[in-house]
Ligand binder design. Structure first.
Ligand SMILES: *Cc1c(COP(=O)(O)O)cnc(C)c1O
Length: 469
């Protein structure tokens, strides 16, 4: 790519008077815009010909990394393969061009998709009713917690304003609780990474009357199946609380077991994680919320219409294209792939918790700590070899967390070549640590100073001009 010719910013390519397209002069109506609504000065827009614009953005898009470029083992996010048929369905004009205010009689097909999807999600999770409205997992958490509040309020049980959340939970759990006006009671983990039931008992004993419920992720954020769910659910139910299931890690449970059969009352499904749709940087997603019978009366109105319909359509296509028989293979295959990588790398990377994992697992950086090479360096070096980095520095339980989730979709060849690269990087850490500390070397942008970027973000073009002057 000729960077200079196609530029870093479209504004740098602007030439006064250059046009990509002009409207036919005599066929366009002129609108009279009230003077008060008009700009005082012309907007400073870039002026470019069409080829320049197309090449500029095409070349920029080629600098992106996505699931269609290569392996994307981002733990906790389930970046799975996005089948082309899902995209094709979402792009069908009959769906794509729907307007939310169309008469109901003209959207029967879309309504049927939503209804069917709700039924399928009920079957897969063991819940009795679903709302498709929430726009993401975190939005689903808020929705589900509002259901919990609604339930307690309907019983005039107003003191229940506290939610139990394990210390291993995703940050959105306590954040959603806070947004919902609930207080967080943190539950400790044991050294094996699962919930400390004795700690839970002690907290419940102190605050029995004030507990609205408990949020749990299973398998938890370490990729471990929580072994005490029936006991935990009984403790929470006995004190009058409800059980919430964070469905971000539903992937390995698909076809194997269901949250609804384990004592959970409310849950969300991050359908963009478990049922395709590449996501990141805030979208796109959807977080349908499921409840046990009776609780659907407390579904709040969290979005207009039917939520993020295009993502829901991909979900529907993903489930139907696998079918009842093949959806059962998702969990076991995702689990096999994760354990295979873990076992083949644990001599070189520090595995803080031994044993079988589910769909993902966490290393605590390189095993050999004498090289000074960090998880950040390993992640940056992976980019040089054409792999997206795993999730790093999450969960917060370890200093050098490196969280790997291969998903069920990857071939053995892809997984083997990832393992080879991870082993090679461990070798490089011993032989040429400085090379790793300066990585990446082969990407369009090198090592970013992320502290500087976070503290002094340059987000507008004008700002940059000022900085240069
Ligand atoms: C991703 C994730 C969330 C948040 O979901 P979003 O769809 O990103 O809002 C919540 N909990 C866990 C465990 C997650 O992995």
């Amino acid at each position: 790519m000729n960077n200079k010719l196609y530029g870093n910013l479209i504004f740098e390519l602007s030439k006064e008077g250059r046009r990509g397209y002009s409207l036919p002069q005599h066929q366009c109506e002129k609108y009279k815009i009230p003077q008060t609504l008009c700009r005082e000065k012309d907007a400073e827009l870039p002026e470019c010909d069409e080829l320049t614009v197309v090449r500029h953005y095409t070349n920029h898009s080629a600098n992106n990394f996505g699931v269609n470029n290569g392996f994307y083992p981002l733990g906790s996010c389930t970046m799975k393969y996005n089948p082309c048929i899902d995209e094709e369905m979402a792009a069908q004009p009959a769906f794509r061009d729907l307007h939310p205010l169309q008469p109901a009689t003209t959207v029967a097909g879309a309504k049927e998709v939503c209804h069917d999807l709700e039924q399928l999600l009920c079957k897969l999770t063991g819940m009795d009713a679903f709302t498709l409205k929430p726009y993401a997992g975190a939005h689903g958490e808020l929705t589900g917690l509002m259901v919990m509040r609604g339930y307690h309020e309907s019983r005039h049980d107003d003191k229940r304003t506290k939610v139990l959340i394990p210390d291993s939970a995703h940050g959105t759990n306590p954040a959603s609780a806070a947004v919902c006006g609930l207080e967080v009671l943190e539950v400790k983990s044991l050294v094996d990474g699962t919930i400390d039931v004795e700690d839970l008992k002690a907290i419940i004993k102190e605050q029995r009357e004030e507990i609205a419920g408990m949020m749990m992720t299973n398998p938890n954020t370490l990729g471990l199946f929580e072994k005490s769910i029936p006991e935990i659910a009984k403790l929470v139910h006995d004190c009058g609380g409800l059980m919430y299931y964070d469905g971000a890690n539903l992937n390995p449970m698909l076809g194997a077991c269901r949250p609804g059969d384990m004592g959970f009352d409310v849950m969300h499904v991050n359908v963009h994680k478990t049922f395709s749709t590449p996501h990141g940087g805030g979208g796109p997603g959807a977080g349908p919320v499921g409840v046990k019978a009776g609780l659907e009366a407390f579904f709040p109105a969290v979005s207009p219409y039917e939520g993020n319909f295009a993502v829901l359509l991909r979900t529907y296509a993903y489930i139907l294209s696998l079918g009842k028989e093949h959806i059962k293979e998702v969990g076991p295959l995702a689990t096999l792939n994760a354990n295979y990588i873990k076992e083949r790398l644990k001599d070189l990377y520090l595995l803080p918790i031994e044993g079988l994992c589910k769909h993902e697992f966490v290393f605590d950086g390189l095993a050999d700590k004498s090289t000074g090479v960090t998880t950040m360096d390993v992640a940056k070096r992976l980019l040089d070899y054409g792999y997206h980095a795993p999730t790093i520095y999450f969960p917060l339980l370890f200093h050098e967390s490196l969280m790997i989730e291969p998903t069920e979709n990857e071939s053995k060849e892809t997984i083997d070549s990832f393992i080879e690269v991870m082993r090679k990087i461990a070798q490089e850490a011993k032989e040429q640590p400085e090379e790793l500390k300066a990585a990446p070397h082969r990407t369009p942008i090198g090592r970013v100073d992320d502290v500087q970027a976070a503290k002094h973000p340059v987000v507008t073009y004008q700002q940059m001009l000022h900085d240069n002057n």
